[in-house]
Design a protein around this ligand. Structure first.
Ligand code: ZN
Ligand code: ZN
Length: 134
């Protein structure tokens, strides 16, 4: 099974993930915007058992965004790396943290109802006002 790797900006944290993302999309929710400092964030969903931190586990800080979403980021450089979704045993990997291109490209825009007004979506991907049912 092909694996892809990812890391934070400072390089203290590295992870490995199977190139078998189940879904992928751009999230425009306010929490993704704020935590990334960008218009939104591209994420890919993968079952937790296909994801592993390979370096710097001790440098990962975890923030409970909601009961169902834990943001994981590097304590040194602040890079957002992935989110844990414990209730569904999934990990949402930030595509921006990857070192290689995943096979599954973003399929849709999610949480478009909370999209920043200053950002205009200019592609043809489907748009969902919330998170679509997988
Ligand atoms: Zn770092
Ligand atoms: Zn989001």
């Amino acid at each position: 099974m092909k694996k892809i790797t990812g890391s934070c900006v400072c390089g203290k944290v590295e992870f490995s993930v199977a190139d078998q993302f189940v879904y992928a999309g751009y999230c425009h929710c306010s929490m993704c915007r704020k935590s990334s400092g960008a218009a939104g964030t591209a994420i890919g969903g993968i079952p937790k058992n296909h994801f592993s931190v390979t370096k710097g586990q001790d440098h990962i800080k975890r923030f409970n965004r909601t009961e169902e979403s834990i943001s994981c980021f590097c304590e040194h450089c602040g890079s957002a790396l992935y989110g844990e979704k414990p209730s569904v045993r999934m990990v949402h990997v930030r595509y921006g943290a990857l070192n290689n291109n995943p096979t599954l490209l973003p399929q849709a825009h999610m949480h478009v109802s909370s999209k920043a007004q200053w950002y205009e979506i200019s592609d043809e991907l489907p748009q969902f006002s919330e998170f679509p049912d997988a």
